[in-house]
Design a protein around this ligand. Sequence first.
Ligand SMILES: C[C@](O)(CO)[C@H](O)COP(=O)(O)O
Length: 248
Amino acid sequence: MSAQGEQSRPASVAVIFAGGVGSRMGKAAVPKQFLEIHGKPIIVHTLEHFQDHPEIDAIAIAILPEMRDQLERLVRWYDLSKVRWVVDGGATGQESRHNALKAVSADFEGDTIVLLHDGVRPLIDAELISANIAAAREHGAATTCTKFNETIASSPSEVIVDIIPRDTIYSAQAPQTFQLDEVLSAYDRAVSEGEHDSIDSLSLMFRYGHEVHRVEGPRSNIKITTAEDFYICRTFFELIENRQVTGL
Ligand SMILES: C[C@](O)(CO)[C@H](O)COP(=O)(O)O
């Protein structure tokens, strides 16, 4: 399929990585992306935000091979019709994202905008997706960032060696949004240089000299990494449902 098809704008594709086993979560019956919050698996909450966004044309998911059947059942059950590729995750996050990008590039053109997002960040919203697409269209490369509200200390060993001015420091989150040909070539290059376990797409794009623009996102766009994150996220869902908080 052509990136443009009948549209005048480049396509936008979400790449959702859900290939991890969730080892930092502690004991859970299923990988964390399949745990339920508010009656639905976390991965479904995440996917629905992209499914419902008018500017997203297709979705690719990298998944643990042993969870593929279950994911495909969920995709059918929740009618996630934009899901076009379900690819096997690799041994690392880098390999999982690379596999998904290769699948997208077989069907979409190089100027396609890809939004790389963690399956376990279910509190993403439409505004943040739109802001990422707009920033990537304007600048070529963008990443969601959020500010710190606490003192940031550098402490490579037991003692604190520096206090970093927090006004200049951001936590890089997701989506991380790039042009398909540029981000795929960063992943290809990393492999050719022997790198297989880079932390994320931003790190690779930065390393290879791309100017990445910041999209400021809400602190609520948390990644469910630990059991504590799961409970915090569940509380956010309850507050949103009960309309006790707005503007998250
Ligand atoms: C991509 C990411 O969410 C940016 O903050 C983060 O790097 C993912 O880390 P993980 O170790 O794969 O959970």
